[in-house]
Write a protein that binds this ligand. Structure first.
Ligand SMILES: *Cc1c(COP(=O)(O)O)cnc(C)c1O
Length: 235
């Protein structure tokens, strides 16, 4: 990256941080209650290195192979890696071995494999259950109906920490954000075992709905475009 690109990248990252701070304030929420995940899919390892130097520690990727390549390139950095893209069962071993968080778990089989394949020398893998909150056509995400049973089963897995819920609402559907927050508190009321470790994460909010997501109670926003600029798709 040229010096100019790096300056622009850091400026956009700082601007997103300011937007988060402002949204926390507007929602009467404590400063620092919302964590920023930098979504680096289809962006370079150099860009990640630059933001890491500026102080960003948590990065999120969608594609396992792409993420593993970047992890290798950046092995000298202490980065907390989050997987936010769909996860097929033939990729669970690499994910269990290399990620700290997975936000996109939507069925028991995947959670069971992640638990079984998590190496003993690592802490339990943090996961969020992805909920299909508003998109009947989408194949990703657990239905609201199946969520309590899935959560209960995942709680039994030894090498998994069930940390919260995640959603990807259809564009402009702010009702979905409130619906996920409500689902989260209903689940806590229904399953008393959801306290250890804390079931404290609402993973929602992207570049276009950052402020609305924080107003609705998000604790982790996943921001790509507003930090890195437009992605050039290779597909
Ligand atoms: C790509 C992606 C994001 C980031 O989206 P932007 O609109 O670029 O901020 C967040 N969450 C998921 C699940 C994604 O796939």
């Amino acid at each position: 990256m040229t010096g100019h690109d790096e300056t622009a990248l850091i400026a956009r990252w700082q601007q997103v941080q300011q937007q988060i701070t402002q949204a926390e304030k507007n929602a009467d929420r404590p400063a620092g209650s919302v964590q920023l995940l930098a979504v680096s899919k289809l962006h370079s390892a150099d860009a990640i290195r630059c933001l890491h130097e500026a102080g960003q520690r948590c990065f999120a990727e969608n594609y396992v192979q792409e993420a593993l390549g970047k992890m290798q390139t950046l092995h000298d950095l202490s980065i907390e890696w989050h997987l936010i893209g769909p996860l097929q069962s033939n990729k669970t071993r690499e994910v269990a071995e290399h990620f700290a968080w997975v936000h996109s778990v939507d069925r028991l089989k995947i959670a069971q494999r992640l638990s079984a394949q998590r190496p003993d020398f690592l802490p339990p893998l943090n996961i969020c259950l992805q909920v299909n909150i508003d998109d009947e056509d989408s194949k990703s995400g657990c239905s609201l109906e199946d969520l309590p049973a899935l959560a209960e089963a995942v709680l039994e897995l030894p090498n998994i920490s069930l940390r919260g819920l995640m959603c990807i609402p259809q564009a402009g559907n702010q009702h979905a954000l409130a619906a996920l927050a409500k689902t989260h508190s209903q689940l806590v009321a229904r399953l008393p075992a959801l306290t250890q470790p804390p079931f404290d994460t609402l993973s929602m909010g992207m570049s276009d709905d950052l402020a609305a997501a924080i107003a609705a109670g998000s604790t982790m926003v996943r921001i790509g475009t507003a930090i890195f600029g437009e992605r050039v798709s290779t597909n």
